[in-house]
Design a protein around this ligand. Structure first.
Ligand code: MRU
Length: 355
């Protein structure tokens, strides 16, 4: 199986594969300033909720590593600017805030125990690397839980890209498919292109093709047709934020797939790590939805396809919990009522030391 590497910590800096250029070109950049990591997240060099979290953690580590602060107080002041800059990149994926919160907690612990700035720097670099390593382990576990519920033979639909490019591991939704295929299931993936940013056409099709997993690319307006006539066995997508009641934000277009899947009796599954839960909000109405530029709708990779008119671009939508058959996490499978099942998995996360 081919597993893309979207991000890596190196001694030279944070190396990222430019996902905007895929599949045409495989170009990587090495970032040496946290401000550039923030720009890379905002401009979608790296994207996908867990990968954004890894990038944010590495951005914090880079900022601290390069700090010229002479005292702990100076470093503390810089630290809050670093966190703030990275927090203002993309609003919907809660993994970003989870990673920043984790780095902040580690910094607070260290700064109450020691004032050796070099020690603080090296521990924070290790913490960022651990975030990445844990994402890999998390994806594997999600993959194993989810693979059980994939059909033995047949079509599975996904949305957007929830593969290695989106996580830094084997992927969440595509990780489930990868593990199922490794277990011998004969899965053919239906990949909606995912307008306007085309993560399905550009990224998911590229990853599956490289892994030799059979796929058919479809346009977004074919989703209903294939759910009605195509004998689809399951839908599995990733998530950007899951509210306490199970309402789930994911890439725009996911909601209509979930509703149509219900209409045609196709189980609709979410695959996501526990870090995607936001139990501080009771329902999906509280999830902030990123509005991106209308130019991403009126143009495709710089080529104008519409007149210069107003275009809407909410980047995510929210699928109400009633359409979700189950949520695959690294700690097990949550089912309705999600208020109880998600809380139980989150509590388990706090009490366990490793994923
Ligand atoms: O705008 P993007 O490309 O960052 O959106 C990505 C998605 O919506 C993914 O489905 C989600 O982040 C889960 S990735 C494992």
């Amino acid at each position: 199986m081919y597993v893309a590497q979207p991000i890596e910590w190196t001694d030279r800096g944070v190396v990222m594969l430019d996902q905007r250029r895929l599949p045409a070109e495989e170009i990587s950049y090495t970032y040496t300033a946290y401000q550039d990591v923030a720009k890379a997240i905002r401009e979608m060099v790296i994207r996908g909720a867990p990968a954004i979290g890894v990038a944010a953690a590495m951005g914090v580590a880079l900022g601290v590593k390069n700090s010229t602060a002479k005292s702990l107080d100076e470093l503390r002041a810089e630290f809050s600017v670093i966190l703030d800059t990275l927090a203002k990149t993309r609003p919907t994926a809660v993994d970003l805030f989870w990673a920043l919160d984790r780095m902040n907690r580690r910094f607070t612990e260290l700064s109450t125990q020691a004032s050796d700035l070099n020690k603080i720097k090296s521990v924070l670099i290790e913490e960022a690397k651990s975030v990445h390593a844990e994402k890999r382990a998390t994806d594997e576990a999600i993959g194993h839980f989810g693979a059980e519920l994939m059909p033995q033979d047949g079509l599975v639909m996904t949305q957007c890209n929830a593969g290695a490019l989106a996580t830094g591991g084997i992927g969440t939704a595509l990780g489930v498919i990868q593990v199922a295929v490794e277990q011998g299931k004969k899965i053919h993936v239906l990949v909606p292109e995912t307008r306007p940013y085309l993560q399905g056409a550009r990224l998911t099709a590229w990853e599956l093709h490289r892994s030799n997993i059979p796929l058919t690319l479809i346009t977004d307006n074919m989703v209903g047709h294939f759910l009605k006539t195509g004998n689809v066995g399951a839908v599995v997508t990733g998530a950007d934020r899951i509210a306490a009641n199970g309402d789930t934000a994911n890439k725009i277009g996911t909601y209509q797939i979930a509703v149509l899947a219900r209409e045609h009796h196709v189980p609709f599954y979410i695959a996501a790590p526990v870090s995607t839960f936001d139990l501080s909000i009771p329902s999906g109405e509280h999830i902030p939805i990123e509005e991106r530029s209308s130019a991403e709708v009126t143009q495709i990779q710089g080529i104008r396809i519409a007149p210069d008119v107003r275009a809407a671009h909410p980047a995510f939508d929210v699928t109400p919990n009633r359409y979700i058959a189950a949520i695959f996490t690294e700690r097990g499978v949550a089912r309705a009522p999600y208020g109880d099942s998600l809380a139980a998995l989150a509590a388990h996360a706090h009490s366990a030391s490793t994923v």
